[in-house]
Design a protein around this ligand. Structure first.
Ligand SMILES: [Zn+2]
Ligand SMILES: [Zn+2]
Length: 123
């Protein structure tokens, strides 16, 4: 019969402690994110940035520092960024279609019908 052995190299007290700390932080950030998504406290700034709630509050702008340039997926305008976290659309296209410029989802998590019809004149 196989008996389970405790690994003496495992600093259980330490590893459980640090993981619990991480989990607590993670939990706090989930609560904070949930609250931000519900209340949208920085709506004006979020709209100014043309980002959806998820990109603005949850994901944030993490990316390696490097000048990166990419083209807007919609109109081909070249955009440059000071990190590797690039946007999908230029601000004009994103605004015109009520999309998050970063991920390309809706700015207010709404799957609008006739998105293209309504915005045809904008391009
Ligand atoms: Zn564009
Ligand atoms: Zn987004």
């Amino acid at each position: 019969m196989h008996k389970k052995q405790f690994n003496p190299d495992l600093n259980l007290k330490y590893s459980a402690y640090t993981q619990t700390m991480w989990n607590r932080r993670y939990k706090e950030s989930i609560f904070k994110n949930t609250e931000n998504i519900k209340k949208d406290p920085k709506k004006k700034d979020r709209y100014k940035n043309q980002e959806c709630k998820i990109c603005y509050y949850v994901i944030g702008r993490l990316g390696g520092a490097a000048i990166t340039s990419t083209e807007c997926t919609m109109c081909g305008t070249e955009m440059s960024f000071c990190n590797t976290c690039t946007d999908k659309y230029c601000i004009d296209c994103a605004k015109g279609f009520k999309l998050c410029r970063h991920c390309g989802g809706d700015i207010d998590d709404v799957n609008r019908r006739n998105r293209e019809d309504n915005c045809e004149t904008l391009l």
